[in-house]
Design a protein around this ligand. Structure first.
Ligand SMILES: *Cc1c(COP(=O)(O)O)cnc(C)c1O
Length: 401
C-alpha cells in the first residue's frame, strides 16, 4: 500500500519531467482587455498575433454594450441547468439565430464547444454504428468519440482516399449508421477541410457528415457562414458544432446545430447539457449582438481577409517558410523546437506576441510560430510586426538577405 505522501511525490515528479522535457506551459498575465494591443503585467505593450479574436469582437463596443444590457434585463446568472429553470427567451432566440446562421434547422447551446463535442456522439450512436474521424481532429472530438460505443475509424488528415478506405471497411463490417466527423479548419495548420469532396463521398456511402466550426464560424466564406459556405456545401451538413469563444465574441459557450429531431434527442440525452449550468445571460445577449453585426455587414470578415493576404504576402516576401493557404491561422515554420522558442522570445522583446508550438502539440520536427490575424489589427500593426519578424528572423538565421 502506498501513502498519500507517495501520491504527492508522484505529482511532483510528473511536473519535474514536464519541466525537464521543456514542455512546461507558463501563462503570460495580461492587464488589458483582448485587442490588437495588449499589456502584460510588466507594463509592456504587445501587438497581439495569437488570439482567436478573428473579428476583433472580444472587446467590441456594441458587444460589450449588449452584454451590459442583458445583465440588466436578464440578470447575472440562472443557477440552473436548462431543463429545470435555466432557459430564458434569449437562449431560445440564440439557438434559432445560430442555427439559421450556420445553415441548420435547430441548435442547442452548451457551456463550451468542448462540451458540445463531448456530448455529441454518445447519445446519437451505439455499438452497431461507426464514426470515422480525421487524424488531426480536436481533442474534444477525440474525447467525445471515446465516450461513445460506436466502432472507431481514423483517416489521414484531409485524405479522401484514406477516408474512402474507412467508409468501405465500415460498410463491409456491417455498420448501421456511419458518421464522418472532421474539423472544418485544422487549428495547427490553418488547413481547410475538403468539405465538398467529403460530402460527396459521404453521400456515395450513405454516411452522415459532421464538422467542428470553431475556427471558421463568423469569418470563413463570403458572408462568414463558415467552411460549408467556403466550400459550396452550406446547408448540407448533418451536424455542426461551434464556439462563441473565438470569432463570435470570444467569451465562452458552444453549440451543436442539426436537424430538429437530432437537437431534441441531444436535449434529452446529452450529458454536458443535462448536468451543467446554462449559459450566462450576458454572454447570450452579447452573442445575439454579434450575429446582428455579422448579418448586416461583411466588413469585419472582409478586413480580416485583407489583413491575412497582406500578412501572408509580407512573411513570404521576407523569406519565411509559411504553411500555404488562405486562412487567418498563418503558421511560420521553424521546424526546430528550441529555435521556435527563441524566435517567440525575441519577438516578445520586439513588442510582438506570437507563441511557439512544438511536440507534442505538433509532430516532432514541425515546430512553428502560429500567428493568427484579426480584424482588430490595422496595417500599421502588421507592418511593425513584419519588421519585428524580419529582424528576429535574420538574427536567428531563419531568413537570409
Ligand atoms: C477551441 C476549440 C474547441 C473548444 O472550444 P471551447 O468553446 O473553448 O470549448 C473545440 N474544437 C475546436 C476545433 C477548437 O478549436
Amino acid at each position: 500500500m502506498t501513502s498519500a505522501a507517495d501520491f504527492y511525490a508522484h505529482v511532483q515528479q510528473e511536473l519535474q519531467s514536464i519541466e525537464a522535457a521543456g514542455l512546461m506551459k507558463r501563462e503570460r498575465v495580461m492587464t488589458t482587455p483582448q485587442g490588437a494591443l495588449v499589456k502584460t503585467q510588466d507594463g509592456r505593450e504587445l501587438i497581439n498575433l495569437c488570439a482567436n479574436n478573428y473579428l476583433g469582437l472580444s472587446s467590441h463596443p456594441q458587444v460589450v454594450q449588449a452584454a451590459h444590457q442583458a445583465l440588466d434585463s436578464h440578470g447575472f446568472g440562472l443557477s440552473s441547468v436548462r431543463f429545470i429553470c435555466g432557459t430564458q427567451d434569449i437562449h431560445k432566440q440564440l439557438e434559432r439565430r445560430i442555427a439559421a446562421f450556420v445553415g441548420c434547422e435547430d441548435a442547442i447551446l452548451y457551456a463550451a464547444a468542448f462540451d458540445a463535442n463531448g456530448g455529441l456522439f454518445e447519445p446519437l450512436l451505439g455499438e452497431q454504428d461507426a464514426i470515422i474521424s480525421d487524424a488531426l481532429n480536436h481533442a474534444s472530438i477525440i474525447d467525445g468519440i471515446r465516450l461513445c460505443k460506436a466502432q472507431r475509424y481514423r483517416y489521414a488528415n484531409n485524405d479522401l482516399a484514406d477516408l474512402e478506405r474507412c467508409l468501405k471497411e465500415a460498410r463491409d463490417k456491417g455498420a448501421r449508421h456511419v458518421l464522418v466527423f472532421t474539423d472544418g479548419v485544422f487549428s495547427m495548420d490553418g488547413t481547410i477541410a475538403r468539405l465538398a469532396e467529403i460530402r460527396e463521398l459521404c453521400d456515395r456511402h450513405g454516411a452522415l457528415l459532421g464538422i467542428d466550426e470553431c475556427h471558421a464560424s463568423g469569418f470563413l466564406g463570403r458572408t462568414g457562414r463558415g467552411t460549408p459556405e467556403h466550400c459550396g456545401v452550406w446547408g448540407k451538413i448533418d451536424l455542426i458544432t461551434g464556439t462563441f469563444g473565438k470569432a463570435l465574441g470570444g467569451a465562452s459557450g458552444g453549440f451543436t446545430a442539426a436537424r430538429k429531431e437530432v437537437v431534441e434527442l441531444l436535449r434529452q440525452r446529452s450529458r454536458p447539457y443535462l448536468f451543467s449550468n446554462t449559459l450566462a445571460p450576458s454572454i447570450v445577449g452579447a452573442s445575439l449582438a454579434v450575429l446582428d453585426l455579422l448579418e448586416c455587414s461583411t466588413m469585419l470578415r472582409d478586413k480580416l481577409e485583407d489583413n491575412t493576404r497582406f500578412w501572408r504576402a509580407g512573411l513570404t516576401a521576407a523569406g519565411f517558410d509559411i504553411k500555404p493557404g488562405s486562412h487567418p491561422i498563418v503558421p511560420v515554420m521553424v521546424y526546430d523546437a528550441v529555435k521556435a522558442q527563441q524566435l517567440s522570445a525575441r519577438l516578445l522583446e520586439l513588442g510582438v506576441y506570437a507563441v511557439g508550438f512544438f511536440y507534442p502539440v505538433v509532430p516532432q520536427g514541425q515546430a512553428r510560430i502560429r500567428t493568427q490575424l484579426s480584424a482588430a489589427l490595422d496595417r500599421e500593426h502588421l507592418k511593425k510586426a513584419l519588421a519585428a519578424f524580419s529582424q528576429a528572423g535574420h538574427e536567428l538565421g531563419l531568413i537570409k538577405g
